[in-house]
Design a protein around this ligand. Sequence first.
Ligand SMILES: Cc1cc2nc3c(=O)[nH]c(=O)nc-3n(C[C@H](O)[C@H](O)[C@H](O)COP(=O)(O)OP(=O)(O)OC[C@H]3O[C@@H](n4cnc5c(N)ncnc54)[C@H](O)[C@@H]3O)c2cc1C
Length: 380
Amino acid sequence: MDFQFTEEQLMIRDTARDFAEEQIKPREMEIDETGEYPRDLIMKMAELGFLGMIIPEEYGGSGLDMVTMCLAAEEITKASAAVSLTMGLHNSLVTLPIIDYGTEEQKKKYLPKLASGEMLGCFALTEPNAGSDAGNQETTAVEDGDYYVLNGRKQFITNGPVADLAVVFAATDRSRGPRGLSVFLVEANTPGFQVGTIEKKMGILGSPTSELVFEDMRVPKENLLGKKNRAFRVAVTTIDGARAGVAAQCVGVAQRAMEEAIAYSKERKQFGQHISGFQLIQGHIADMAVMVESARLLTFKAAWLRDQGKPCGTASAIAKLYASEICTKVAHKAVQIHGGYGYIRDYVVERLYRDARIMELYEGTSEIQRVSIALDMLKH
Ligand SMILES: Cc1cc2nc3c(=O)[nH]c(=O)nc-3n(C[C@H](O)[C@H](O)[C@H](O)COP(=O)(O)OP(=O)(O)OC[C@H]3O[C@@H](n4cnc5c(N)ncnc54)[C@H](O)[C@@H]3O)c2cc1C
């Protein structure tokens, strides 16, 4: 077993860390306060290669692996979970399925633009009646000559209002349920593509989330991604890979919360001494350290399995479940160590507490991770 990262992985991690420290952190409060999408930061990240991390070099990307992407995701998330989500979703839910399932033409057409930031992506699976039950798609895609005509409504779509390319799921045969779904690459300037309500959220402010509405939207047949009626497999394998990235975001939020709590405990004095001297505070810090390190190890294991081409579904679900749950626990403890100040917006932990809460919900709730882990355990 090798716990060493390669020189290249460490270099990418350090580049991400420097960018987060120098460019994102000075604006982290402003991004949360205004909730505005920081397009300029995302474009700078594109220049550094962070929007094409796993895209092969022949298509303009950096050709890196999932472990490296997780290293970068943790660093970026330490400064802003919102910025990290924009990057992570683009990489793992948009570029990944095109790499895995795209035709040569689709790869040549879209991957270089996604790597350079000329196009930003979103992933449109969730609908009002298809959340955890993602197979219950009501958006339909009907063949008409050289096109599919899509009608329907997606909700809670990250990057929805700012995306140039959407990975859209729709039913091509509703009678077959999850086995009658197909997935399409849809350019946002396609007539009939509309951005609906932009959601007001608890946290990850600066990461735009919206409805997408499709009305008689004609999508060329060559934009079908993978085979007709086989989209459920695309969704499952893509999300299996992406969950390690979400786990890395969780580790980033938790690590930052722990760092803030430790620093604060060494400054704050009560009863004539630094609160870091109290054993009950030390207990919180020890618990945080154990949780963060355990989550990090599970995250890298899942990413490593994916990089080796080995089955990673259960490992990713375990990593995402554990990392998301400790993320909220560690953020909770960080607020506790700050006392009343932790409830005040001037303190970073207040934001981390709100940002942490999404992690147990998106890309499969904790309940859905448990269902999938238990099914795998019971199979043996
Ligand atoms: C900020 C944000 C960003 C998002 N980004 C995207 C995105 O980019 N693309 C996208 O497609 N989606 C996105 N989502 C959607 C997200 O993935 C869904 O919200 C999530 O999958 C849960 O679906 P739901 O909200 O409909 O909850 P529901 O499925 O209605 O679940 C409600 C509750 O019931 C539980 N439950 C449901 N089924 C079961 C079961 N079988 N067993 C036990 N418990 C169950 C759930 O765990 C949950 O506790 C985003 C959501 C948010 C809030």
